[in-house]
Design a protein around this ligand. Structure first.
Ligand code: ZN
Length: 311
C-alpha cells in the first residue's frame, strides 16, 4: 500500500519534470504560452533542466551557467508561469534525492534498486562526469564499478592533492586546454604535443606521448610484480578498488603518474617516464621516513623494494 502511494507520487513528479517549457498550454504568462529558441538550443527546455532533485528551482546564475543565455526578465517570467500546483508536487516530502536518505515511503526498497529505477525513469541523473566517461567508453559499467572507483580515489593515498585530482578525474573536471579555451583562459584548445583537441581522456591517456608512458608502466609493473594489469583507460585512469594487493599497488603508482602527466601538461612541458620515476622514488623515500615503527618500515621497504631501486 505504501509502495503504491509512493509510485503514484513518483509518477506525478516524473510527468511534471518531463513537461516542455515552450508552447505548453499549462505554462502561461499573461495568458500566453512561452516560447524561446534559446531554451531549445541550450537543451534546457524541460522542467527537469530547471529544477533540482529536491524540487528547488535553480537561480538565474545557475541557469546561465548551464548554457541558457536568457534575460533575467524571461527567467522570472518562466518561473512565475510554472503552475504553483506543479511546484508543490515537485517538493513533496517523499521525493527522490541523490542520497536517497529522505525517501521514507520507498525506504523498504533496496537503495541500489531504487536508484536504478529512478535513473531509468530519468527522475535522477547519474553524475554528469560519470555520463561523460560512459559516452567515451561506449558502455555503462555497473554502479558497483563506479562506487569502487570513488572509493579508490579516497583510499589510494593519504595525500589530499592526489585524492582531489582523482576525484576530479572521475567527475571529468580536469582543467584541460579544451576546458580553458571554452572559458577564454587559453589561446587554443589543442594539446601542446600533438595539436589534437585536449580533452580529459586525451590529456591523461590518449595522447600518443602519454599512452607510451602507460604502456611502459603497465609492462614494467607486470614484469616486476608478476601480474596481468591491462593497459586501458578504465584500469589506468578511472581506477578501481579490489581486494587484490597488486591492483592497489598499481593504483598507487598510477595515481602518481597521473599527477606527473597532469602537472607536466599544465606547465606546457612534456611528461617523461625517467623524470616520473625520479619523482616517484623520492615520494617513496619520503613515505619510508614517515613510517611509525621499525616493523612498519620493514614492511614498507619489502613492499616497495623493487621500485625503490629503479633506475
Ligand atoms: Zn596530444
Amino acid at each position: 500500500m505504501r509502495r503504491y502511494t509512493a509510485e503514484i507520487c513518483l509518477k506525478k513528479i516524473e510527468e511534471i519534470r518531463n513537461q516542455v517549457l515552450n508552447n505548453n498550454r499549462h505554462i502561461l504568462s499573461g495568458g500566453k504560452s512561452i516560447f524561446s529558441r534559446t531554451l531549445i538550443e541550450a537543451n534546457m527546455d524541460k522542467i527537469s533542466d530547471w529544477v533540482s532533485l529536491n524540487g528547488v528551482f535553480y537561480s538565474y546564475q545557475a541557469i546561465i551557467a548551464r548554457g541558457a543565455k536568457i534575460t533575467i526578465m524571461l527567467y522570472n517570467q518562466i518561473l512565475a508561469a510554472i503552475p504553483k500546483e506543479w511546484k508543490r508536487t515537485l517538493q513533496q516530502p517523499y521525493q527522490h534525492s541523490m542520497e536517497l536518505e529522505e525517501v521514507p515511503l520507498l525506504g523498504a526498497m533496496p537503495k541500489n534498486q531504487l536508484k536504478a529505477m529512478l535513473i531509468k525513469r530519468k527522475l535522477i541523473k547519474k553524475p554528469s562526469g560519470v555520463m561523460k566517461w560512459e559516452t567515451y567508453l561506449g558502455e555503462s559499467p555497473t554502479e558497483t564499478f563506479w562506487n569502487r572507483a570513488f572509493q579508490a580515489a579516497r583510499k589510494v593515498t593519504k595525500e589530499p592533492k592526489l585524492q582531489i585530482m582523482q576525484y576530479k578525474i572521475i567527475h571529468h573536471i580536469i582543467p584541460t586546454k579544451q576546458y580553458l579555451f571554452l572559458r577564454k583562459t587559453a589561446e587554443s584548445p589543442n594539446c601542446m604535443d600533438c595539436k589534437q583537441i585536449e580533452t580529459v581522456q586525451h590529456m591523461l591517456y590518449d595522447c600518443e606521448k602519454t599512452k607510451e608512458l602507460w604502456l611502459a608502466l603497465t609492462k614494467l609493473f607486470n614484469q616486476k610484480e608478476n601480474s596481468k594489469i591491462e593497459c586501458n583507460i578504465t584500469s589506468c585512469i578511472i581506477g578501481s578498488t579490489t581486494k587484490s594487493e597488486k591492483r592497489r599497488k598499481f593504483n598507487f603508482i598510477a595515481t602518481h603518474l597521473k599527477y606527473h602527466i597532469y602537472m607536466a601538461k599544465f606547465n606546457d612541458g612534456h611528461p617523461s617516464l625517467n623524470r616520473f620515476f625520479l619523482q616517484f622514488k623520492r615520494q617513496l623515500q619520503i613515505h619510508s621516513l614517515n613510517q611509525q615503527s621499525e616493523v612498519q618500515l620493514q614492511e614498507f621497504e619489502e613492499t616497495w623494494k623493487q621500485w625503490l631501486k629503479i633506475e
